[in-house]
Design a protein around this ligand. Structure first.
Ligand SMILES: NC(=O)c1ccc[n+]([C@@H]2O[C@H](COP(=O)([O-])OP(=O)(O)OC[C@H]3O[C@@H](n4cnc5c(N)ncnc54)[C@H](OP(=O)(O)O)[C@@H]3O)[C@@H](O)[C@H]2O)c1
Length: 277
């Protein structure tokens, strides 16, 4: 089958390009194709006529989205809708990457796929509104919500912690936000299986287990054998422009139903460290 990866230069996109074997793959960055340009999107999709489009392209700077709302909605919501329209026209299947930030974080048990969306940030709203637009335009599309993505080829939490820990004896990390770290390689492998199984509807795709950012940072430092002390701080102490959900653990039930198990985040972190060197 022919697959078009949009966002191929991102953390997930690069993992998809590396992991996907045996199919005809084309990958675009924003320089190759800006998904805000409806004519270009239409032209590219008609020309390539892919069986699947994996839409990993997004404006992912959560704090940046607060001040650059036009870009946030233009790429994440309207750009996604333009891709969905082109997919519909050419009968391509579409898998769209969404986020745990579509939820408000007030639950204390894992979020299920049919829990009510209530995003708290511009980024979360742009993703939630994209999901709704896509469900209207292309009801059979697959929406894969993921969270706390890390991997090679871009800015991610473990990379930041490792760089900071190399120079600082103490690191303050937020302990009152809980989620599921997800390794780009494991997410890419799950996405490949979802496409091959012709999955549709909403699926939650994360590594298994959950932790706070503080616990995640502690594991990163320990795994690297560094002596840096990691200290817990509250979200209120580390004010950021965009509000984050306090609890955004995504239930793995939807992925289990499709027979796709995910490794634990601790195992994923070990493999990331080996890959990073
Ligand atoms: N990172 C996370 O923690 C996280 C959590 C939940 C969900 N997600 C979702 O997972 C997906 C992949 O995330 P990621 O971390 O791999 O993203 P990333 O590393 O920030 O990469 C974003 C990708 O989107 C492309 N892009 C940006 N604006 C574009 C535009 N206007 N037109 C076309 N392409 C554009 C970028 O191209 P250039 O390289 O040319 O700029 C890049 O390839 C995204 O949909 C994201 O929202 C991420």
């Amino acid at each position: 089958m022919r697959v078009l990866i949009l966002g191929a230069s991102g953390i997930l996109g690069q993992a998809l390009m590396r992991e996907w074997k045996g199919d005809d793959l084309v990958g675009f960055s924003s320089r190759d194709l800006d998904i805000r340009d409806e004519n270009k999107v239409h032209e590219a999709v008609v020309k390539l006529c892919p069986d699947w489009i994996v839409l990993a392209a997004a404006y992912t700077d959560v704090d940046g989205c607060e001040t650059n709302q036009e870009r946030a909605y233009g790429v994440n919501r309207d750009g996604a809708a333009k891709v969905a329209k082109a997919a519909k026209l050419t009968s391509a299947n579409l898998l769209f990457l969404s986020s745990d930030y579509v939820f408000d974080g007030r639950k204390t048990t894992p979020y299920e796929i049919d829990d009510v969306r209530n995003p708290q940030s511009v980024y979360g709203r742009s993703k939630a509104e994209a999901e709704m637009r896509l469900q209207e335009l292309l009801p059979q599309c697959c929406i894969a919500r993921t969270s706390w993505l890390f991997g090679l080829g871009g800015k991610c939490f473990p990379d930041t912690i490792l760089k900071l820990a190399a120079n600082r004896p103490v690191l303050d990390v937020v302990s009152d936000q809980r989620g599921c770290p997800t390794y780009s390689v494991d997410l890419a492998r799950a996405i490949i299986q979802l496409c091959r199984q012709h999955a549709s509807g909403i699926v939650h795709v994360t590594n298994s287990g959950n932790c706070s950012w503080f616990e995640f940072a502690g594991a990163i430092v320990k795994e690297a054998g560094l002596a840096t002390q990691v200290r817990p701080v509250s979200t209120a102490q580390m004010a950021r422009p965009a509000p984050r959900p306090a609890y955004s653990v995504l239930s793995s039930a939807s992925l289990w139903r499709l027979g796709i198990p995910m490794p634990t985040w601790q195992d994923a972190l070990r493999r990331y460290r080996q890959e990073r060197g």
